[in-house]
Design a protein. Structure first.
Length: 270
């Protein structure tokens, strides 16, 4: 019997990276995982991995910027299983660009995914957990970018995540629902592939050249090399294990924040 046998979890952004790793850990622990994202092929890979690990998973193709999408996701989990025990608001996007020159449409997308979908997902989860009288956990994925002196627009959305999650934690003190902010540092996922300075620095430290990106993404091999370079990038599973730690504590204990950082700072080159 796993810690989450007979329980239901929803994970947004489960088609890759941290979300997929969390879905896998939850599935291994016995949860029925509702795994959401836009890329159906990648979601099928998540379901396959969870099933191979002995868990149960349902893929849910959803554009979280759409009206009602996150509520619909929670409603589906409730309709299919009658309960919701764990909600992991993980989906996120990070676009580069300065405040002086950045594209406001990228700001809108970061706000809608990183902040609004997470907040609506949290609200939907509270209502569902109360309805089924679950001892529940809400996990909101922030970023160490929120702690920078000059966090930029992406970091600002994660600062909002920290503030909203702390407020929800306070609001729910009287409920058997715990709320944790998970703050990853640089992690070897697709998201890190959007940060050429980081990857170039890691590649240079290995004495390698990082080729040009294709369609805005660096080749997977570059990412693999970066992750293999040692503790300058966390792995998605490092973050997933921290999530599992937080949500397997007694319900009368609040793990309010967990920061998951690689042991060394990445070398950054121009
Ligand atoms: N990697 C890092 O260094 C790092 C550091 C700190 C925090 N984080 C945070 O970790 C979380 C997960 O990111 P990751 O690093 O694992 O990157 P990732 O592999 O790119 O995962 C992002 C996930 O979000 C989903 N997503 C994005 N926009 C969406 C939308 N409009 N509708 C539905 N789903 C959407 C993506 O699914 P589809 O593409 O299939 O839609 C994907 O599954 C994010 O909140 C990110 O800000 C990452």
């Amino acid at each position: 019997m796993g810690a989450f046998s007979g329980k239901t979890a929803v994970v947004t952004g489960a088609s890759s990276g941290i979300g997929r790793a969390v879905a896998l850990r939850l599935g291994e622990a016995g949860a029925h995982v509702f795994a959401a994202g836009r890329r159906t092929d990648a979601l099928a890979g998540t379901v396959e991995a969870v099933t191979a690990a002995g868990g149960a998973a349902t893929a849910v193709a959803a554009e979280l910027r759409g009206p009602g999408a996150v509520q619909g996701l929670v409603d589906l989990a409730m309709t299919d299983t009658g309960r919701l025990d764990v909600m992991v608001n993980n989906a996120g996007v990070s676009f580069r660009g300065s405040l002086a020159d950045g594209d406001p449409e990228t700001w809108r997308e970061m706000l809608e995914v990183n902040v609004l979908a997470l907040t609506v997902g949290s609200q939907a989860a509270v209502r569902a957990m109360r309805a089924c009288r679950a001892e529940g956990h809400i996990v909101n994925i922030s970023s160490s970018a929120s702690r920078l002196e000059a966090p930029g627009f992406y970091g600002a959305t994660k600062t909002a995540v920290n503030a909203i999650t702390a407020s929800l934690r306070r609001e729910l003190e009287g409920d058997p629902i715990r709320v944790v902010t998970v703050i990853p540092g640089p992690t070897a996922t697709n998201l890190a592939r959007h940060h050429p300075d980081l990857l170039r620095g890691v590649a240079n430290s290995l004495g390698e050249e990082l080729g040009p990106p294709s369609d805005g993404l660096f080749p997977t091999e570059a990412l693999d090399r970066a992750a293999a370079a040692g503790p300058v990038l966390a792995s998605a599973d490092d973050v997933a294990r921290a999530v599992l730690f937080a949500i397997t504590q007694p319900i009368d204990l609040s793990i309010s924040e967990i920061s998951v950082q690689p042991a060394r700072r990445p070398p950054v080159t121009a």
